[in-house]
Write a protein that binds this ligand. Structure first.
Ligand code: CA
Ligand code: ZN
Length: 302
């Protein structure tokens, strides 16, 4: 069945207590409309920091309750189509991002989107790499604001989260309580200014529930391979979490000793930076498809 959900069903935190905006069955497809990460409050390049309601940052549309999803299951989310608006916004400023100590003032730049390019200025047209910044499910404990990433997903700001990718989330609450927002027309790994080219948009996703398997962190699959996405206080710690989860996932499917699998991962896997600017840092460990094929691994099938 197909459903749609408008941006008026927005949450600012992932939380088991959030009331479902819609209930869907496994196999259903939902088209979800989103605001940009400022809840469309930045109207022009002269918008002042103090005029923005910072309680309305990073809205995520949802939550979507997926019938049958129980704690310990995996929620499978396939990103079928990602459409973005025509007006991008970028920001940086004091204490924001990698260069934050260089700035005295908050700076806003409007970046129009035209003909599949982001028009940065008269010299530079940026090819789009549309992607989703905030995507996740209710966490195990408490309320996690949509600006913070974690084992539940959230603000992972990962360039691979795009059309054609499939995400697997650890379910912690009945119905999983999926929500998404914070789309970018383009962003580089790291998101060093603290913003991508922020845009409103519309994503179409298909849900499924996987029983009998569990994961600790979000896993992403695309046509090139798979990656665990992990978030922690430091890049080192996030990288270690993502890498160890990957080795733990693959090991039972191989006939390799742990040391030989570690060598194989060292030769073929890539530790990559997702973002270094959010309250927790997100890293990923990516393994190419041919490794999965070599061991006949199809995810969560047996
Ligand atoms: Ca973000
Ligand atoms: Zn964003």
């Amino acid at each position: 069945m197909r459903h749609s959900l408008s941006n008026t069903s927005a949450v600012y935190a992932f939380d088991k207590q959030n009331k479902p905006a819609i209930k869907v069955d496994p196999g259903d497809t939902v088209t979800i409309e989103t605001y940009d990460c400022f809840t469309n409050q930045v109207k022009s390049e002269t918008t002042e920091l103090k005029s923005i309601n910072w309680d309305e940052m990073n809205p995520a549309t949802g939550p979507v309750f997926v019938n049958g999803a129980q704690p310990g299951d995996i929620l499978k989310v396939t990103i079928d189509e990602l459409k973005i608006g025509e007006r991008g916004v970028m920001v940086t400023g004091p204490d924001l991002g990698v260069m934050g100590d260089h700035f005295d003032d908050f700076d806003v730049k409007i970046v129009p989107i035209q003909d599949d390019k982001a028009i940065f200025d008269e010299n530079v047209q940026i090819p789009l790499n549309k992607m989703i910044g905030v995507i996740g499910v209710a966490p195990e404990e408490g309320s996690i604001n949509c600006g913070t990433p974690g084992a539940h997903g959230g603000n992972m700001d990962t360039t691979l989260v795009t059309e054609g990718a499939t995400l697997y989330f650890p379910v912690a609450a009945e119905g999983a309580l999926f929500a998404t927002g914070d789309f970018h027309a383009a962003m580089g790994d790291g998101e060093i200014s603290v913003s991508g080219i922020e845009v409103p948009g519309e994503v179409t996703v298909t849900f499924d529930v996987i029983k009998g398997h569990s994961i600790k962190h979000p896993l992403l699959e695309n046509e090139d391979g798979i990656a665990f996405l992990a978030s922690a206080e430091t890049l080192d710690e996030a990288t270690k979490l993502a890498t160890r989860d990957m080795i733990a996932l693959l090991h039972p499917h191989t006939d390799l000793t742990l040391s030989h699998l570690t060598m194989l991962m060292s030769a073929t896997g890539n530790a990559q930076i997702s973002q270094v600017v959010d309250p927790l840092i997100t890293a990923r460990f990516f393994v190419p498809k041919y490794i999965l094929n070599a061991y006949n691994i199809s995810l969560f099938k047996d």
